[in-house]
Design a binder for this molecule. Sequence first.
Ligand SMILES: Cc1ncc(COP(=O)(O)O)c(C=O)c1O
Length: 374
Amino acid sequence: VIYLDHHAATPVCPAARAAIEAARERGWANPSSVHGAGRAARALLEDARREVATAIGGDAADVVLTSGGSEACNLGVLGVRERCRGKHVITTAIEHPAVARAVDALCREHGVDVTELALPSGAAPEPQALAAALRPDTCLVALQWVNHETGTLLPIAAYAEQCRRAAVPLFVDATQAAGKVAIDVRALGADMLALASHKLGGPAGAGALWVRRGVDVAPAILGGAQERGRRAGTPDVASAAGFGAACGVLPERLAAQPRLAVLRERVEPRLRALGGVINGAQSPRAATVTNVSFAGRRGSELVAAMDLEGVCVASGAACSSGLDQPSPVLLAMHPGEPWRAGAALRLSFGPETTDGEVETAMTALRRVLERPAA
Ligand SMILES: Cc1ncc(COP(=O)(O)O)c(C=O)c1O
């Protein structure tokens, strides 16, 4: 099987696999227990926290370990809003549902007013647009760094500068950014940053929210005092250990990006030659993905046909794939061409992807497209 769906989940890297196994052996106890077995689990959890923090240039004390990206996004968006009085939030129309639905909840339950920054010709919002949208009652800016469907890179450092000037907290969904762009939270100037383990070579079921010291975040899960009172519940030490180990080898993932950029450069003209139009190509993008629409085709049918050819690809966000609805991201990026949103194929790559695999996938795609649409 050829796996070209790295934006949905990455293969678990060898370092993470070894760490998970070791933690299952030695870290099965409750890390809050004060006895020796508990302390052994606690040590593994704290090692993982340190590795996550180091990977993003932060301090371990500022990392809240979570069950994944969605929980980290919910904690950041809902938790910080709870602690401030403003009634206005700024975001975009291309956020992952983990952020978008949390923002919806703020509207519904707290009467918050939302501004979605415009995407000029489908490109990332201009930092000046953010400056113009900020209001005296803005209590949160919630933006992604790398788009999950098209790889669009948002100029987060420039947004952070605007937010700092206005003293408005900035939440960054870096779930798809980690391992694709270098992250240094101190230099970045954001206030919160969400990560997910299974997008960077770790196992699913682990993630983190980094929170700048002094930013107050209310817990989304209520209960015990774990994670300094910011996330109740007995943590999954083995998954956290795998996440930490994957973060430890993040530089290797970053080092693969130039090769993946070259690979995509070679693939996209061939996709165009097959009749495809590349989505989101008007902005700088992360190297790991190409998103292409084929007029007259349904993305979900192409995914199924490619699966029969032994190639794993996606038509959009994995969490929406059962819904078979047009991609909200592509509708927002290409409002003049709504057909693109239902006709998209997402091919996403990782350090494991070889030229030969992509070659075989392209041959399979040509075969699939030669058949009439279902
Ligand atoms: C940009 C983005 N944010 C958040 C998430 C949610 O992460 P998780 O699946 O770990 O809950 C994803 C997952 O696809 C994502 O791509």
